[in-house]
Design a binder for this molecule. Sequence first.
Ligand code: TZP
Ligand code: MG
Length: 212
Amino acid sequence: MKQIHGLYAITDRRFYRGRSLEEVTGDWLAGGVTCIQLREKDLNTRELLEAGRVLRRMTREAGALLIVNDRVDVAVALEADGVHLGQEDLPIRAAREILGEGRIIGISTHNVEEAREAAIQGANYIGVGPMRATATKTDTKPVVGIAGLRRIRQAVDLPIIAIGGIRLEDAEELAAAGADGLAVIRGLVDAEDILERAKAFVQAILRGRQRR
Ligand code: TZP
Ligand code: MG
C-alpha cells in the first residue's frame, strides 16, 4: 500500500473563484500534490461520483492518491485509494471490512488518546488538527496547534497529516515538527497561480523534513 505523505489537497469548490475542479486539480498535480481528497459537502451522491470520476482519472494519470471524505460507498464505487473518516463517521473496523486491507483508511484525531486508538483500530494515517483557527470548517475542535502535533508525534508511529488553517508560511515548521504531510484547502487555492503555490508548499515540506 502506498504511504500517505507530502502535500495533500482537499477539494472545496466554494473557493475556486470561477476555476473548474479539473483546472484546479491539474495545477495541484503538476505542482506536486501527492494525494487529493474528494470533500464536497453540498453535492448529492450522483454529483459526488461525477466529480470523483474526474479526480480518479487525473490522479491515476499523475500517480497520485485519491481519498474520499466520509463516504466508504463512494470510495468503493470510484475505486479510490481510500477514505478519510471523522470521529463520528463509520468506525475504522467497519470501514476495513468493506474496504479490505488494500485500501487506505485515515481518521481525524485531536489528541494523543484518539491517535493511539486510531493505531489500535488499524488506521493507515491520522489527520491532526486544526493547526490554526480556520473559517473553512465551522464545527472544528479547539486548535491543536504545533504543540499538540509534537505530542501526538511522540505517541504514535502512524503517518501524520496536519490539517486546519495551514498557510504556506507554516509548512516548513509543521513538517519539521513531525507532520509527514499537510492537508490544505484554502492555502492551496487562494493564490492567483495555484501551480506555483503547490510547488512552494512541496519545497517547504521538503525543507522541514530535512530538519527532522
Ligand atoms: N478538518 C479540520 S480543519 C479542516 C478540515 C476539513 C478545514 C481545512 O481547511 P483550510 O482552508 O486548510 O483551513
Ligand atoms: Mg467526516
